[in-house]
Design a protein around this ligand. Structure first.
Ligand code: NDP
Length: 308
């Protein structure tokens, strides 16, 4: 088979040796702009729009990222080739670490103690048990379910929101358009792990944040456009949300003048929650390539009509 790395941020210096080592009988190339018409599998990073036009032999478009919102918004995809996203267990574990870190930071008031240390102030914040807290997770897919399992192991209550009705052991699940508000009602912490689609853009708005328990924590580890920034800043300024852990932003890198940078109740990270690591993502890519070779359907297919 002919396999091509296509687009920006495909890091050929890392992917090519891994792919050539694992696929000695195949030809692995870096596409020079457009993907040629005799390429069987395109491993795609950030595309501009028309790189895959005319690639008539494609049997699989394997995205190297977990989120495909940018790809679906900008890129002309071949009709015949399925689109798969990257669901690497190591990335799921990395995201779970981020969710647990933020929830524990909030639960044990570490964000507040960091401020107290700067002020050399020795004072206890009343402590609560994990079982007295509930974390609401927007998006109960690969990432949301793993985070829920880890939080349950600490003893936290968990509520979740999915598009379709789902049953997740130990989690109070809600679905449908009103499900986000139901999941968030009275929660002590809100985590956004949704894909960005027409229906999830701007879901973290003033009305949703008002449903949370006063003094809740909020983490957005999905996409910046999920959050109405003015609503979040209002909730932070009023204390409705006591601290926000933000990894994704409407404009990235976050512009120097943005209020998030210097807001005392915001922790900014540079979209690092779960980055693609070729050393582990290679297993997922190879598995899908071998499935295509055997004529089997690839894993982690994107439903392009749903947008994720
Ligand atoms: P999945 O596709 O596995 O899961 C998505 C979940 O969101 C599903 O439970 C789905 O519902 C739910 N959902 C989708 N649309 C709606 C809606 N309209 N209303 C309610 N629920 C909805 O995605 P992943 O868990 O793998 O990833 C989620 C997102 O995380 C990615 O799309 C990406 O944007 C982001 N991400 C961010 C990273 C970072 O470093 N910051 C790294 C990796 C991913 P259902 O179960 O019914 O389908």
């Amino acid at each position: 088979m002919r396999i091509a790395l296509v687009g920006d941020k495909t890091y050929p210096e890392r992917w090519l040796p891994l792919l050539r080592g694992r696929l000695p009988g195949d030809e692995v190339i870096v596409a020079d702009g457009h993907c040629a018409d005799d390429v069987d599998v395109a491993l795609v990073g950030t595309l501009q729009g028309e790189e895959l036009v005319g690639a008539r032999s494609l049997k699989l478009v394997q995205c190297l990222w977990m989120g495909v919102d940018d790809l679906l918004a900008r890129v002309v995809l071949p009709d015949a080739a399925p689109l798969a996203r990257m669901v690497d267990p190591s990335m799921v574990a990395a995201m779970t670490e981020m969710v647990v870190s933020a929830v524990l930071d909030h639960h044990r008031h570490l964000y507040a103690y960091r401020t107290q240390q700067r002020e050399q102030r020795w004072a206890y914040v009343p402590q609560r048990r994990a079982a007295e807290r509930r974390v609401a997770i927007l998006g109960m897919g690969a990432l949301g379910r793993a985070a829920a399992g880890a939080l349950r192991a600490f003893g936290f209550g968990v509520s979740g929101w999915s598009r379709s009705p789902r049953s997740v052991p130990g989690v109070a699940m809600h679905c449908g358009d009103d499900g986000g508000h139901a999941a968030a009602a009275g929660a002590d912490f809100l985590v956004c792990l949704l894909p960005l689609t027409d229906r999830t853009s701007g879901v973290v708005n003033a009305a949703l944040l008002a449903r949370l328990s006063a003094g809740a924590g909020f983490a957005n580890f999905a996409r910046g456009a999920h959050v109405i920034d003015e609503a979040l800043l209002g909730a932070l300024d009023s204390g409705q949300v006591v601290h926000a852990w933000l990894d994704a932003f409407a404009v990235e890198p976050l512009p120097p003048e943005h209020r998030y940078w210097n807001h005392p109740s915001v922790t900014v990270t540079p979209h690092m929650a779960a980055r693609t690591v070729p050393a582990t993502a290679i297993d997922v890519a190879i598995d899908n390539i071998e499935r295509v070779r055997r004529g089997e359907p690839p894993l982690h297919l994107v439903d392009q009509r749903a947008g994720y």
